[in-house]
Design a protein around this ligand. Structure first.
Ligand SMILES: [Zn+2]
Length: 147
């Protein structure tokens, strides 16, 4: 699972940083997940907690935030959110009745996040020249340690 390997990388870098600072333990950890990354926050939290057992991160207060991804049209300057865009694409998807390889008509964005870039366009001027504001990744936002 993708979430577990990301959690592993987070735990490793936090523990390494805590060791470098000669911390007794990590008190709090804040992690930010871009909504476009399509990661399950509960799984990440569970994975971090499990993987931090018997490390300096064990017992820390861990918070996972979701950062909403936005788009900005380079032509007219309109900004719109990923969630609005998802609804729009879901509507279009239902109209088109395309089936995926499993024979369902579920939106395949979950499997192919990149699809959103080929299907999206500015809601006001229909331009496909847009930029993404926000993260498609998972990042460590803050760590506090006890020395
Ligand atoms: Zn536009």
């Amino acid at each position: 699972m993708h979430e577990w390997s990301l959690a592993q990388a987070i735990v490793e870098s936090v523990v390494e940083a805590a060791n470098n600072k000669k911390a007794k333990r990590v008190k709090t950890l804040e992690v930010e997940v871009g909504s476009l990354a399509m990661l399950d926050k509960d799984i990440i939290l569970e994975a971090i907690k499990t993987l931090s057992e018997s490390t300096k991160l064990e017992g820390a207060e861990i918070k996972i935030y979701e950062e909403e991804t936005k788009f900005r049209c380079k032509k007219c300057g309109k900004t719109w959110s990923f969630n609005e865009e998802k609804e729009e694409i879901e509507k279009r998807w239902e109209d088109s009745k395309i089936k995926d390889e499993y024979g369902t008509d579920d939106l395949p964005i979950h499997y192919f996040p990149e699809l959103i870039f080929t299907m999206t366009s500015c809601p006001s001027c229909k331009s496909k020249d847009f930029e993404i504001i926000g993260s498609r990744e998972i990042t460590i936002k803050s760590v506090t340690i006890e020395v």
